[in-house]
Design a protein around this ligand. Sequence first.
Ligand SMILES: *[C@@H]1O[C@H](CO)[C@@H](O)[C@H](O)[C@H]1NC(C)=O
Ligand SMILES: *[C@@H]1O[C@H](CO)[C@@H](O)[C@H](O)[C@H]1NC(C)=O
Ligand SMILES: *[C@@H]1O[C@H](CO)[C@@H](O)[C@H](O)[C@H]1NC(C)=O
Ligand SMILES: *[C@@H]1O[C@H](CO)[C@@H](O)[C@H](O)[C@H]1NC(C)=O
Ligand SMILES: *[C@@H]1O[C@H](CO)[C@@H](O)[C@H](O)[C@H]1NC(C)=O
Ligand SMILES: *[C@@H]1O[C@H](CO)[C@@H](O)[C@H](O)[C@H]1NC(C)=O
Length: 417
Amino acid sequence: MSLILACILSVLTLVSSSIIQNGQERRVVFPDTKIASASQSSNWLTFPPNSSEISYKGRWDSQYISWWSAPGIKFRFTGSKLALSFGPQTSPNVLVGFRVNGQDWTFTNISSSSTHQFYPLPSPVPALQPWHPHVLGAPINPSNTTIQTFELYVSNWAYGIQLQAIHLSPGAHLHRAPTFGRTLEVIGDSLTAGQYASYEALSSWAWQVSRGLGVESSITAYPGVCLVDAPCWGNPRGQAHQWFQTRDTSWRGNSLGEEKWDFTRHPAADVVLIHIGTNDNNTANNVTAERYVSAYKELVQGIHTVWPKAQIVLVSLWSGYWNDGYRWRQGGSWVDEIWGVYKTFEKEGYVHYFNTSGLMTHNDIGPQWHYTDVGHVKLGSALIQYLRMKFGWEVEEEVAGQEVLHDTTYWNDQANY
Ligand SMILES: *[C@@H]1O[C@H](CO)[C@@H](O)[C@H](O)[C@H]1NC(C)=O
Ligand SMILES: *[C@@H]1O[C@H](CO)[C@@H](O)[C@H](O)[C@H]1NC(C)=O
Ligand SMILES: *[C@@H]1O[C@H](CO)[C@@H](O)[C@H](O)[C@H]1NC(C)=O
Ligand SMILES: *[C@@H]1O[C@H](CO)[C@@H](O)[C@H](O)[C@H]1NC(C)=O
Ligand SMILES: *[C@@H]1O[C@H](CO)[C@@H](O)[C@H](O)[C@H]1NC(C)=O
Ligand SMILES: *[C@@H]1O[C@H](CO)[C@@H](O)[C@H](O)[C@H]1NC(C)=O
């Protein structure tokens, strides 16, 4: 009965969205957060996107447009309501994950030139599973002077949002959220951007490491991109060039032109994880081993120049598995080359090698040749432990126990088969 009711409710009040899982639709409920407007005259207090209380996570350009993988915003607020307006450069129907006060992630689609209300939600969200009510991120009845924390991140690398304004109730205040003490940079391609994972960037190993440890992070990863500065799978430039730019290699980036990333205006990363080369390793892209190695060294030197104190970790690549008719065997891309780059810099002390061999198994690669959600979890978990042991990065007390990956509660609810 309650399920039927939930279905009827969803027809009435929810935007029907879908996640396709193994060729079938996964049952998800995304609340519709769009509201008509939030103008000053209709009892809202508006703050511009350059308000110093807003922390922009990842790469955002001078027009407050987001780029790359899992860019986001974070701030604190008081008052009884919260809405955001998005500008014309927002992509159509961008799926974003948001939360208030570190509760579970809620997803909603954002559209361009629109206003969306995130707190309280404009329409109720029925629980999908009665055993686990959908927690919608806020104390039940906070006083309107309670300081609450809001976060919102973009799930798809190719889409972006343009923040235009924040709206609170009259008399409310915006506050800057404290930042974590450590900063992580993750450089990669689709395998890092979370392509073909359930919630894309918000299901990736890079996201898991970032949110799971509690660090400031930027995930400069884009599907199809090579390390070598060459056109690969439609990306006009490679990471050896693009990583130094604010915008990624997407169609939206190319149509707006380049804007250099100003490293002096943003905190330096303490640790950089690099997981790139699978596209260079594809015969379709004509990259030779010599060019790959030279681009890798150039990128490492470039990072060291802008962030002299950063520790750089070269994360080795897989390239899938094959079955020789006897048993499964593990592949590897640029195995000797990546090791060689590490050996070149070994004596300088700031370059490290992380051996991924054996962390996944053949069924952690999906039919689209990318890590499954479980594969991402394996790599993310191994890297969290590596960062703890290697650099003493403990999990921040504030994030311990918080949901990082959404919709991963798979379990057996039958005691006997
Ligand atoms: C919402 O976003 C998801 C993921 O991008 C997409 O599959 C879906 O079609 C969108 N829904 C609507 C109603 O735009
Ligand atoms: C934000 O931008 C407006 C208009 O461009 C400007 O007047 C204001 O001083 C800026 N505020 C901050 C905090 O930079
Ligand atoms: C807080 O609530 C009081 C009483 O309901 C109201 O007068 C006041 O405007 C509210 N302030 C904010 C910031 O929402
Ligand atoms: C790769 O090289 C072949 C042979 O030289 C050429 O036909 C092809 O267009 C090249 N492909 C790319 C992506 O540069
Ligand atoms: C890819 O990497 C493997 C393993 O290092 C190497 O044997 C192979 O030649 C590379 N292939 C291409 C096309 O670059
Ligand atoms: C990485 O690990 C694999 C499997 O444990 C091992 O065979 C290989 O030698 C290691 N590579 C390096 C460079 O240490």
